[in-house]
Design a protein around this ligand. Sequence first.
Ligand code: C2O
Length: 535
Amino acid sequence: AAVKQYHFDLQVKKVSRLCHSKPIVTVNGMFPGPTLYVREGDRVLVNVTNNAQYNMSIHWHGLKHFRNGWADGPAYITQCPIKTGQAYTYDFNVTGQRGTLWWHAHIFWLRATVYGAIVIMPKPGTPYPFPQPNLEFNLLLGEWWNTDVEEVVKEGTKRGLPPNMSDAHTFNGKPGPLFPCSEKHTFVIEVEQGKTYLIRIINAALNDELFFAIAGHTMTVVEIDAVYTKPFTTQAILIAPGQTTNVFIQANQVPNRYFMAARPFIDVPLSIDNKTATAILQYKGIPNSILPTLPVLPASNDSAFALKYISKLRSLNSLQFPANVPLNVDRHLFYTIGLGKNPCPTCQNGSQLAASLNNISFVMPPVGLLEAHYFNKSGVFTTDFPDRPPVTFNYTGAPLTANLKTSLGTRLSRISFNSTVELVLQDTNLLTVESHPFHLHGYNFFVVGTGIGNFDPKKDPAKFNLVDPPERNTVGVPTGGWTAIRFRADNPGVWLMHCHLELHTTWGLKTAFVVDNGKGPGQSVLPPPKDLPPC
Ligand code: C2O
């Protein structure tokens, strides 16, 4: 194992896209930011120096940070922000994980431009379970706004409806030639006939689940969220914000230029976002003047494709990489996901929206929750988050206008060390049904079941996949449906769980788990680093 050191200098830089130029926050002047190349077993030190005029924090999405939430990054959860002029060194070990993950700002909406890939190579001697690809490249899908993030957020919280929809989707920060003034902002990858490529696809978009396809080429999915899967081939993939997907492609077509394309999957009627980002797969020796063809993408509202695609995702579950699904459950949790009215007195007379779990909309604390937990500071949070919603109703029935009132609070759920948890996330039709990609910090979980309509505790568990369910860190709860996950609470600390749609997170669609220390050695939260930023 090695020590890998990185320096992230957060600085504002002018960048032009879509015929506009605006200052954005970058890491080392790069957009997207640098890729971390590490190996399983490495210790990683990332010194983050904040020279931008924004409070900042960085999250290493999908890394487990065993006992070491201090390096996890979500502002006011595991640390206070790194203020302008300050620095903080994220110090963490990469243990028991290999594959593609990513990092992003975890404060405000700054991850719009502050994000990058994490590539974890397997330990030497750990065989790769698939034929080695010849070459590889990263595709980070993102969103671009012509206005400042502040403006976007203001709009979003003011009207409580979809905020200024982004002006473009992007590949590695570039929208591609279907957008105005974007000819030179097109990501082009040159491939060689006969070679196999591994593409590491990351959805860094703020608010959109995306379909992705490559003209003329099928993809073989081999990994999601840094966990190997049973390989399957597909024309298109579906990827939610926060998720990563590794695919193989063969450069075995007529040498030409082929478009890679991404556009949103939205099966809610109120949306009309149909923008298609493109990048180009260009065979060696083919001139730039040739016009590429577009791939066939599923229609924006093709939930049938989405469900079918999701059902194909299975853990590899080999001898070398077994899926250790918890078979018994110590703690059953059932959380409803709702959009409702914000009861706060200054929130435009209750016309502002709030999003909630079990009718509780999360209120950000003034200091880091992990710090409060570690030092036993009282008055920062409570641990009375209910295991079930306050009322049972037909969650996915006709749109409900009653029961819109959510309550506000920094309420957490307390989990015993090493207990097994099953959490059912149930979408509801409070105002509207919508799909929500949920991300749990500090853990991977197994997605043991999912379905449309209301979860039936009598019938549905019998159909759970406890053999080779997908293991991941972010999962989509389908529009008007539910998803059941299981994990073993073996990582003590305070771990955020939230919808990875930034708009919904802003509206309060999050909570956190306090996982107790164990009694044995090596089972409690490590002491905080000396340079942990103060509030
Ligand atoms: Cu990628 Cu809490 O987020």
